[in-house]
Design a protein around this ligand. Structure first.
Ligand SMILES: [Zn+2]
Length: 113
C-alpha cells in the first residue's frame, strides 16, 4: 500500500485530528496551549510560540480512569435522607435522644461526647 500512515486533518478551528502509526489522536486548543487526546492519555502542551520553549505533560488514561471510575455507584446519593434522621443524638448511657448541642443528658445526667 502506498498511502502514508500519518495524516493531520483540521476539522474545526483549533481542533486537529492526527492519524499516526500509533493511532488517531485529537488536538485541541490554540498555539501555545494544546490538549492532545489519544489512546495513550491526555497530553497537555504549553509553550511560547516561536521560542521553542514549551512544557508537556502526559496524563495516562490508566491514572485518569482510576480516579474517576473507582466507584461505579454514585456516592452522592445517600440512602438515608436527612429528613428522617433523628433530631438529636442518643445518650450513650440511657439511650434517650438528646439535643445535639447539649452537654449533659437531661434524662440521666451523663456528660455527652
Ligand atoms: Zn442519658
Amino acid at each position: 500500500m502506498g498511502f502514508r500512515l500519518f495524516r493531520r486533518v483540521k476539522i474545526l478551528p483549533g481542533v486537529t485530528v492526527n492519524m499516526s502509526r500509533s493511532g488517531p489522536s485529537l488536538s485541541l486548543g490554540p498555539r501555545g496551549y494544546k490538549k492532545t487526546i489519544s489512546k495513550r492519555g491526555l497530553r497537555t502542551t504549553v509553550g511560547l510560540p516561536g521560542t521553542g520553549i514549551y512544557y508537556t505533560d502526559l496524563e495516562s488514561w490508566k491514572k485518569v480512569q482510576g480516579s474517576q471510575t473507582g466507584n461505579p455507584a454514585s456516592p452522592s446519593t445517600s440512602p438515608h435522607p436527612a429528613s428522617t434522621a433523628a433530631p438529636g443524638i442518643a445518650c450513650p448511657h440511657c439511650g434517650q435522644t438528646t439535643g445535639t448541642s447539649w452537654l449533659f443528658c437531661p434524662h440521666c445526667g451523663t456528660r455527652l461526647p
